[in-house]
Design a protein around this ligand. Structure first.
Ligand code: SAM
Length: 242
């Protein structure tokens, strides 16, 4: 899997932030013109992969519409067993751009986001860092922690989380209604890893697997409950949930 060679600072005001990220993720600050895969830190961070670029903002672009309607995420709420009175601790095992994680955080849940690609971790961190200073955004930001690791490192602690959430990359050959961000991820990540089966075999309480609506389930288990939307489906497996 390609990953970033470093973090490039484009203006002086971003230098402190770039240094913090460089230390947290153990990637060098670079100014080389020859880097192929890197993050540039400016007002808006960008992940560069050859000629392709990926931005990740929680307040601009297509995802901001989902944010403004987060209360209406009834499918996701049902999938995680959302309750207004109790905060769940969710392990997001396939962080990506942190979109699902941020919606869950806005819904008041506590999320540990695991993403094995360092470049994507930095994009999530920066999307959180660039949120306006508003109480509900601050609460959501405080509910998320980002960890750069293969989520399999957490298999033995699955039972410590109320929900294990898996959103593996869609492998469909069909011409899906893909966003530019999804196209980028498809090329950039090259391999389509999916830790669903390993987590199914762990001592989880509640396992939620996001799938394309008509895709075959990752796991054959007739006790699974599916919540279906117009394009996606959540398959829910229960083991140790009281
Ligand atoms: C489809 S994307 C997830 C999108 C995410 N749900 C969102 O809303 O932005 C899948 C991501 O999972 C990550 N991933 C896949 N297997 C993983 C693993 N075993 N550990 C950590 N991250 C993994 C990939 O690097 C990729 O970024």
């Amino acid at each position: 899997m390609p990953d970033i060679e470093g973090i490039k600072v484009l203006n002086l005001s971003s230098k402190k932030r770039a240094k913090e990220l460089s230390e947290k993720y153990n990637v060098p600050l670079i100014n080389s013109e020859s880097a192929e895969t890197y993050i540039s830190i400016d007002d808006q961070p960008i992940l560069h992969y050859g000629k392709n670029k990926l931005e990740n903002s929680f307040i601009e672009g297509k995802f901001s519409t989902r944010i403004s309607q987060y209360q209406g995420e009834s499918l996701l709420k049902k999938a995680i067993g959302w309750q207004s009175t109790a905060q769940k601790h969710i392990l997001d095992t396939t962080g990506g751009l942190g979109h699902d994680a941020f919606i869950l955080a806005l819904l008041g849940q506590k999320i540990t986001v695991l993403e094995k690609n360092t470049g994507l971790c930095v994009l999530i961190e920066e999307a959180l860092n660039n949120l306006p200073n508003l109480p509900y955004f601050n609460d959501a930001r405080n509910n998320i922690s980002v960890v750069n690791n293969d989520s399999r490192a957490f298999l033995s602690s699955a039972e410590n989380f109320d929900v294990i959430y898996v959103d593996p990359m869609f492998n469909s050959k069909k011409k899906l209604k893909r966003t530019k961000q999804m196209e980028f991820l498809d090329n950039y990540l090259e391999e389509h890893d999916d830790p669903s089966v390993e987590f199914y075999e762990s001592s989880f309480k509640r396992l939620v697997i996001k799938k394309e609506l008509r895709a075959a389930p990752s796991i054959k288990d007739c006790s699974a409950i599916s919540f279906k939307g117009s394009s996606v489906r959540y398959d829910v497996y229960l083991k140790g949930e009281k």
